[in-house]
Write a protein that binds this ligand. Structure first.
Ligand code: SAM
Length: 228
């Protein structure tokens, strides 16, 4: 998979990439960070301007974004604009994106990007939640982490990602490690039994219980799917 990130803050983004699973992404994963300013014109390499209509704040200009994405000289599967009004980033969306070959992530800034970019270049808009951040870099990092950890070879144990919360519509099971007894707190007996059938049953039961209690919305969806 190839990911190109278009940003006004390339250096900060590159530093922050170390916080994500991207640092482990090896063979078969190509990552490029593009500085929007390199595609701006004029002495001041201006990438933003005042909004039409007299609102406060600044807006990312369309020309540098168009030039940057056109300079890639390829046809990405998706050009994704990170935006609070986009579709929510979910595990199911991460699964879908992990099957693509080439993604472009556009990080907005200020009040966002000129709407003509969204109407023409952008194929998908993703929000990381119902709150507003000051730039699209953190959302881009979240998307990359969620997507890349699903690609075979990125995580040490491929099975691990499949057992995570949301992957099959339920929350994950609680995890324990050694010691078996710690300050009077015991690891559940069944997990120490070595009986894989019983362990799977216990996990399934506790995942359903936790989903019912913590996320009734998810539980409803899951129950409806199982019934269908
Ligand atoms: N004026 C925009 C609005 O009301 O929706 C908010 C702009 S925000 C201050 C600046 C940039 O941060 C956005 O263009 C977007 O790229 C990014 N951003 C902020 N919150 C985000 C979120 N929840 N999900 C994805 N991107 C977000």
């Amino acid at each position: 998979m190839r990911i190109d990130v278009v940003t006004a803050l390339p250096n900060q983004l590159k530093k922050a990439l170390d916080l994500t699973v991207v640092r482990r992404a090896g063979k078969g994963i190509e990552l490029h960070v593009h500085d929007l300013r390199r595609y701006a014109e004029g002495q001041h390499q201006q990438i933003d301007d005042y909004p039409y209509g007299g609102n406060a704040g600044m807006v990312l200009k369309p020309e540098p974004v168009f030039r940057c994405i056109e300079a890639l000289n390829s046809s990405p599967d998706e050009v994704i604009y990170l935006s609070p009004d986009g579709e929510h980033l979910t595990q199911s969306l991460a699964n879908t994106l992990s099957l693509k070959k080439h993604l472009v992530l556009l990080a907005g800034h200020y009040k966002g990007v000129d709407h003509r970019v969204r109407e023409t270049l952008v194929t998908r808009e993703i929000s990381v939640g119902d709150y507003v951040l000051s730039g699209g870099e953190l959302p881009a990092l979240l998307v990359m982490d969620a997507v890349l950890r699903l690609i075979p070879g990125v995580l040490g144990d491929a099975q691990s990602a499949l057992e995570d919360s949301f992957q099959d519509g339920l929350l994950g099971a609680p995890e324990y490690t050694r010691p078996a007894s710690f300050r009077g707190l015991e690891v559940p007996e069944v997990l120490r039994s070595g009986n894989h059938h019983k362990i799977a049953e216990w996990r399934d039961q506790i995942r359903q219980q936790r989903t019912r209690e913590r996320r009734p919305d998810l539980w409803q969806q899951y129950a409806a799917q199982v019934q269908a």
